[in-house]
Design a protein around this ligand. Structure first.
Ligand code: NDP
Length: 242
């Protein structure tokens, strides 16, 4: 039974990715942190498509929880094969570096960069054994360009971009590709506090993107057809930055 594992799949971009991958006939293993209601909504949407969706609730910023909950799932579900991994969970905790707390720095790094390491290390082994896998890391324009007020978030996402390129070269010969998608401004809960009207004036397409527009690109990179695309970062930002 083939599965796609998406971190942060309960809402926003993660939910759209779950639906996109279910449309590609993947059963979904959905991680989320706390929002049971939204996770169950995504699960219902997957089931409407005729696929299964298993919920795996744990905090990706906590490496012990990753090892325990995800580690146990892998150990107890040997017949289920994770072919696609999307490292999507992420948070913003913006502040100027001068005023940034230890906690703001650490939680943002732990949720994106460190989670990428601990989750991927666990999932990769099965892909290497099967000699097939697709890993897609959701990064950000902030990790390519750097944005003031986001030294923590820019560092986390830039770190993931470096790790994407390095890991891609380690595992390429085993049929596993590793790529990243870098969204610009996308309409989700994460950007709910931003001035969409004012920021849209800076974007050549004059609007924020949708989660589905990001999911389309993740779907492509997760597909068999993307077999020779590797170590790549694809921006989905309406032309804002390249
Ligand atoms: P949302 O805030 O809409 O959703 C975040 C998702 O991540 C939720 O499913 C949430 O779970 C989950 N999550 C957050 N923290 C944890 C954690 N510690 N452990 C497990 N799950 C967690 O975010 P978006 O959909 O907007 O963002 C998704 C990704 O895209 C992020 O990596 C973000 O950095 C990136 N991105 C987003 C952009 C945008 O404009 N929206 C732009 C560039 C990049 P729960 O529901 O339980 O809280």
């Amino acid at each position: 039974m083939n599965f796609a594992f998406i971190t942060g799949g309960s809402r926003g971009i993660g939910r759209a990715v779950c639906i996109q991958l279910a449309r590609m006939n993947y059963n979904i293993l959905l991680n989320y942190k706390s929002n049971d209601e939204e996770a169950n909504k995504t699960k219902a949407l997957i089931e409407e498509l005729g696929l299964t969706c298993e919920l795996l609730k744990f905090d990706v910023s906590d490496k012990d929880q990753i090892k325990q909950v995800l580690g146990d799932w892998i150990e107890n579900n040997k017949e289920k094969n994770i072919e696609v991994l999307v490292n999507n969970a992420g948070i913003r905790q913006d502040n100027l570096l001068m005023w940034m707390s230890d906690e703001q720095w650490e939680t943002v790094l732990n949720t994106s960069l460190n989670a990428f390491f601990y989750v991927t290390r666990l999932v990769l082994n099965g892909m290497l054994v099967k000699k097939y896998g697709r890993i897609v890391n959701i990064v950000s324009l902030s990790g390519l360009k750097g944005l003031p007020g986001q030294t923590n978030y820019s560092a986390a996402k830039a770190g993931m971009i470096g790790a994407t390129k390095a890991l891609a070269q380690e595992v390429a010969r085993r049929g596993v590709t590793v790529n990243a998608v870098a969204p610009g401004f996308i309409k989700t809960d994460m950007t709910g506090d931003l001035d969409e009207k004012q920021l849209s004036t800076l974007i050549p397409m004059k609007r924020f993107g949708t989660a589905e527009e990001v999911a389309e690109v993740v779907g492509f990179l997760s597909s068999k057809g993307a077999s020779y695309v590797n170590a790549e970062v694809i921006s989905v930002n309406g032309g804002l930055y390249s």
